[in-house]
Design a protein around this ligand. Structure first.
Ligand code: ACO
Length: 344
């Protein structure tokens, strides 16, 4: 059985905030942010928009594209959505604390009545984990055929807007893909679909990217006055060093262990955290910069949404062709990491 990506979608809020806009609120500059991160702007949700709202828009875009391009047998999005067996949402910014799973809200909103739904929380590695999870669950039962894998984030809700080192990095957005289990080919480098995934974690770095308050370790207490809402605290240097090392290792392993070489790859799609992290990894592996697809200049770091947003841009603009080999790679809070090798 092969697990193929049939269609893609993305959604970002309408409000675009440039570095210059940010510099009006905090002590920073366009020059500093660009030179240290490669980021030029980010999209920020209004206060009525939650994670599921962006996830729903991205999922609908993917379903509509599948119909528009005629890559599924169904004739309408309404018919197609009823064939979705599973929704896996990667997010660190669920609509509600603990439950319900935000994927259930998305399932209801899009009318995917026949789909099971679950959330995955491994921060910025979320999409890579979610894709492998969805593929494994499709393969586990012959009756399951289709899944929506979504990465959706409203990071602006958990950003500490007084911390200039971290607040300049994040943005809101969502990306989605429609997966289908096809009968005609298996999982292997010559065939279409998801070929191989590397997943990993280094929990010794759990404190480096953390939202301290609100969980069972440090719950809110009755009567407590909340001065600062729960927000991301980050050890930027520790995350940077981990990221460069693990991205380098993951790309290298995926290529070598599948007996590929760099020229076989059409694109490497890294998690869009910081252009300097990607450049440093590229330099170590002698990978030319244009092999990496980067769009953090426009969207900043949208955590688990960043890789599917990239996929959608490449797919819709025709820069991904049938048969192209692509490699995703990412890291995130936990610390977690991973990469997928996919034949488009
Ligand atoms: N504007 C202006 N100056 C700033 C800013 C800012 N926004 N932020 C920090 N500075 C200053 C610092 O105060 C420091 O000043 P000083 O020398 O007077 O003390 C100077 O800039 C240099 O600071 P550094 O921390 O050394 O800057 P560095 O080059 O290391 O870049 C950065 C910091 C961009 C955060 C980098 O460490 C990084 O990218 N780390 C990885 C972060 C990341 O990817 N996080 C997301 C992970 S994904 C997830 O799971 C959420």
């Amino acid at each position: 059985m092969a697990i193929e990506i049939k269609a893609t979608g993305k959604a970002v809020p309408s409000q675009r905030i440039s570095n210059d806009d940010l510099a009006l609120r905090i002590d920073t500059s366009d020059e500093w942010i660009r030179s240290h991160t490669g980021i030029g702007s980010r999209y920020i949700a209004d206060e009525d928009t939650a994670c599921s709202d962006l996830g729903v828009l991205a999922a609908r875009e993917a379903l509509n594209l599948a119909i528009e391009r005629g890559v599924v047998g169904e004739k309408t999005t309404g018919e197609l959505v009823l064939t979705v067996d599973l929704i896996v949402l990667a997010t660190a910014t669920q609509d509600y604390y603990s439950h319900p799973a935000t994927s259930c809200i998305i399932q209801h909103s899009i009318g995917a009545k026949n789909a099971a739904a679950m959330d995955i929380t491994v921060a910025c590695s979320g999409f890579i984990y979610a894709l492998e999870t969805a593929a494994a669950l499709l393969n586990a039962d012959r009756r399951r055929k289709r899944a929506l894998v979504i990465g959706a984030e409203v990071l602006s809700r958990i950003t500490n807007w007084e911390d200039r080192e971290s607040c300049v990095l994040f943005g809101d957005g969502a990306g989605a893909i429609l997966l289908e289990k096809t009968e005609d080919s298996g999982r292997g480098v010559a065939n279409r679909g998801l070929i191989r995934t590397i997943l990993g974690a280094d929990g010794s770095g759990w404190e480096y990217l953390i939202v301290q308050r609100g969980g069972s370790r440090h719950p809110w207490k009755k009567g407590e006055v909340v001065d600062v809402p729960p927000s991301i605290a980050m050890n930027g240097h520790a995350v940077y060093n981990f990221a460069v090392g693990i991205i380098t290792e993951t790309i290298d392993r995926l290529i070598k262990e599948e007996n590929l070489n760099l020229n076989d790859l059409a694109w490497i799609i890294p998690h869009q955290a910081n252009a300097r992290i990607v450049q440093a990894a590229g330099k170590r592996l002698k990978i030319p910069e244009d092999k990496f697809y980067l769009n953090m200049e426009e969207y900043a770091n949208t955590s688990s949404a960043s890789i599917p947003i990239c996929m959608d841009e490449l797919n819709r603009s025709g820069r991904l062709k049938k048969g192209d080999l692509i490699l995703t790679v990412g890291f995130g809070g936990g610390l977690t990491y991973g990469g997928n090798l996919i034949r488009w």
